[in-house]
Design a protein around this ligand. Structure first.
Ligand SMILES: [Zn+2]
Ligand SMILES: [Zn+2]
Length: 417
């Protein structure tokens, strides 16, 4: 059992100078359930006004106003990032908590009272719920200024859907002095009341590549006079799959997907250029690096073989998401105290989609929790994220807020980490 020193043990019904974490967690959870209406209101306000990556202007202002009402100072990072810090009455360690805040360019398919009012934009990945949970955690912790020690830094990150935001926040000092970090994502595959806390690998890395093949046009009847960029690009598409099927261990999966192929302007000429766009997903830092180098080499080598050339441009979205085993065990201990035994899923299947919360985990031990938001009474909560019918079960929001706040409290006050 994690123990820590209580400044106000009497208020918690303990006569000694020690109190156990379970009691604190239950107090936090009770407070979180009592603020369920506020959590839904925050989530719904944000759901009505979804903003895509790097356009979260209203969202950032809304978050700043909510933090201001809680008496928590914040600062703007870049155009739409927000970092806030809650300091407790005594010095101590620093922990960080992160919520992503961007929406998707999708049109909500289901009419709802709290539905999107922005044409072509929708919170279909539940980031509105993530922000509500983080504001909730901030509120829950701010009531304990005299009981806890150290500080909690709240990271409201833009542009997760584009693989953005995390590096900007880190460059602005988001992780300075941080000893643990917590993040969560809603999970329609898990029922409300459960939480996924899987140690180690949770999500693949995500990178995007653009391959530009250069050839030389000629009449289709005289191919020896030209270099067919379309033909070269076709070989590259096929050769890339050999990296997956013939050069990668089947138990260390690698995914390379080519999603677009543009080449040629007319039926009777060799294509002068071709452009391929695709994505790599890997399950280790080394595997990610290997795949990127091999895609570069394959494109260049295949193009050279047929007399052309190729360039590869990369956009890095995020590392493989690997939960620190120690931090995950600590969060599991907290979740058991919060929800009772049997509510933690510790072996959720690997997802080949990514989240650049992983980039924080490259620098600081921490945990990324999957918050169960699936409810059979509302079929939309079982829809996949990024579905235009997606919804989340708001009764999970107090759990998300309490889990984050309780993890932060336990990390701040643990006698040792
Ligand atoms: Zn998403
Ligand atoms: Zn998401």
């Amino acid at each position: 059992m994690i123990t820590f020193t209580c400044k106000k043990p009497a208020a918690l019904g303990r006569p000694s100078g020690r109190c156990d974490m379970d009691q604190i967690i239950q107090t936090i959870y009770g407070d979180a359930r009592a603020m369920a209406g506020q959590l839904s209101a925050w989530r719904r306000d944000l759901h009505r006004r979804p903003e895509p990556s790097y356009e979260e202007f209203e969202t950032a202002a809304y978050i700043e106003a909510a933090l201001g009402a809680l008496g928590i100072p914040s600062r703007r990072v870049g155009k739409t990032g927000v970092i806030a810090e809650l300091r407790f009455s005594r010095p101590g360690r620093t922990v960080a908590m992160r919520a992503d805040m961007d929406a998707l360019r999708l049109t909500e398919a289901v009419r709802r009272e709290y539905g999107s009012q922005v044409p072509g934009a929708m919170h279909a990945c539940g980031h509105d719920g993530h922000v509500a949970c983080l504001l909730g955690a901030a509120s829950l912790l701010s009531r304990r200024r005299d009981e806890l020690a150290g500080q909690v830094r709240f990271l409201f990150q833009p542009a997760e859907e584009m693989g953005g935001g995390a590096n900007e926040l880190m460059a602005a000092g988001a992780l300075e002095g941080v000893s643990r970090i917590f993040g969560l994502h809603c999970a329609p595959d898990l029922s409300t009341g459960t939480v996924g806390l899987t140690p180690g690998l949770n999500n693949a890395s995500v990178d995007q590549f653009t391959i530009r093949v250069k050839g030389r046009s000629s009449h289709v009847s005289a191919p020896q006079m030209g270099v067919d960029a379309l033909y070269i690009a076709s070989h590259i598409v096929v050769a890339l799959q050999s990296l997956v099927t013939r050069m990668t261990s089947p138990v260390q999966p690698l995914l390379i997907g080519v999603g677009t192929f543009r080449a040629g302007t007319t039926y009777n000429a060799l294509a002068e250029s071709a452009v391929l766009e695709g994505t790599n997903r890997a399950v280790s830092v080394a595997g990610r690096q290997w795949a990127k180098e091999k895609v570069d080499e394959t494109a260049r080598t295949v193009a050279a073989l047929y007399g052309g050339s190729a360039e590869v441009a990369w956009q890095d979205f995020g590392a493989p998401l690997i939960n620190d085993p120690g931090a995950t065990a600590e969060a599991t201990r907290v979740a058991d105290a919060l929800l009772g035994p049997g509510h933690v899923v510790s072996d959720r299947a690997l997802s080949m989609s990514g989240d650049n919360f992983a980039d924080y985990l490259l620098h600081v031990p921490g945990v990324y929790a999957y918050l169960g938001t699936g409810c059979d009474q509302n079929p939309c909560t079982r829809e996949s994220i990024h579905s235009t019918s997606f919804d989340l079960d708001e009764s999970a929001l107090p759990i998300g807020a309490a889990l984050g706040a309780s993890c932060a409290a336990s990390w701040l006050m643990a006698d040792s980490l």
